[in-house]
Design a protein around this ligand. Structure first.
Ligand code: NAD
Length: 297
């Protein structure tokens, strides 16, 4: 492929092959792209090879082999560390798409320092949407860089929207995380309330989902919450990270997010009780504890 364009087949260097990165890389492979991947976990590299990808010995090796670098890492310091490898091994004609959810200020800083154009393209939808290739992708960066990234983002995403300049994708993702955390907490409170009244909760969830209270958390997460199944999914630790970034960004903008601040405290308390590795719907455990019905610790 000519550098500077993303034609039908791209050589992709994919760094960060976890819960989200792994199925995204698999979908890029299925749609005919070459993927050379790197992750700290050898299990994840084995998984990439089984899907038809090539394992790289380091992040730098994955960058060198690529036309397009895609990162899907946990947090701002991880992206900043890998950005060092991208700067050391990258070339101006490449493109970097960072799909991690990180602080907007970090996204702007690493994009400005990178040798190639960069797009911040965090995603929403979770593991199932990553498998289905139907993620919602909120992209920030120069319009030309987004246009080059678009064919690849369309492979992993169902809704792909350019929302502004560098860091804008991350800002929109923080708004997404504010809404998701708040809705999970409200659904958890509704479930504990309904159960305390002995209502048929399956029936209640069905009817609630059809009215103004309907939302994606009720549709996709309520069944797991009713069954007390909190296998991640999206880990409490990651949501805690996002709400920390949200608090800082809201403060920078001088904006009040009172309900967001309360939910951030609840997520922090759940994590302090040792539940950082559970799905974020485990907020239900905390509502039960606060109601004297169970013990989150
Ligand atoms: P994860 O922990 O499952 O995956 C991250 C991967 O990065 C791991 O496999 C880890 O080994 C690897 N890694 C970390 N540092 C590395 C480094 N320096 N070099 C190479 N590999 C490294 O996390 P995830 O759930 O896939 O989430 C990734 C990002 O996507 C996070 O920012 C998260 O907030 C966001 N996100 C997650 C979901 C979800 O439902 N899981 C949904 C939307 C967005």
């Amino acid at each position: 492929m000519d550098e500077g364009s993303v034609t039908s087949m791209a050589r992709i260097g994919f760094i960060g092959l976890g819960i989200m990165g792994s199925p995204m890389a698999a979908n890029l492979l299925s749609s005919g792209h070459e993927v050379t991947g790197y992750d700290r976990s050898t299990d994840r590299l084995d998984q990439l090879e089984r899907a038809g990808g090539v394992r790289a010995a380091s992040a730098g090796a994955a960058v060198s082999a690529a036309d397009v670098v895609i990162t899907m890492l946990p947090d701002s310091p991880d992206v900043a560390a890998v950005a060092g490898e991208i700067t050391a091994h990258g070339r101006p004609g490449q493109l970097w798409i960072d799909t991690s959810s990180i602080a907007p200020a970090t996204a702007r800083a690493v994009a400005a320092a990178a040798p190639m154009p960069a797009v911040d393209a965090p995603v929403s939808g979770g593991e199932q949407s990553a498998r289905d290739g139907t993620l919602s992708v909120m992209a920030g960066g120069p319009a030309e860089a987004f246009a080059r990234a678009r064919p690849l983002l369309d492979v992993v995403g169902g809704t792909v929207v350019h929302v502004g300049g560098p860091g804008a994708g991350q800002t929109v993702k923080l708004a997404n995380q504010l809404i998701v955390a708040g809705v999970i907490e409200l659904v958890a409170e509704a479930i504990v309330f309904l159960e305390a009244h002995g209502v048929d909760t399956d029936a209640a969830v069905r009817v609630l989902a059809g009215g103004l209270a309907g939302n994606a958390v009720l549709d996709r997460k309520a069944a797991g919450m009713l069954a007390r199944s909190f296998t991640p999914g999206f880990r409490v630790d990651l949501h805690h990270k996002d709400l920390g970034n949200l608090a800082a960004a809201a403060r920078d903008a001088g904006v009040a997010i009172p309900l967001g601040a309360v939910v951030a405290q609840l997520i922090g308390a759940l994590r302090a009780r040792g539940h950082g590795g559970l799905d974020h719907t485990a907020l239900l455990l905390l509502v039960e504890e606060l109601s004297g019905l169970g013990k989150a610790a």
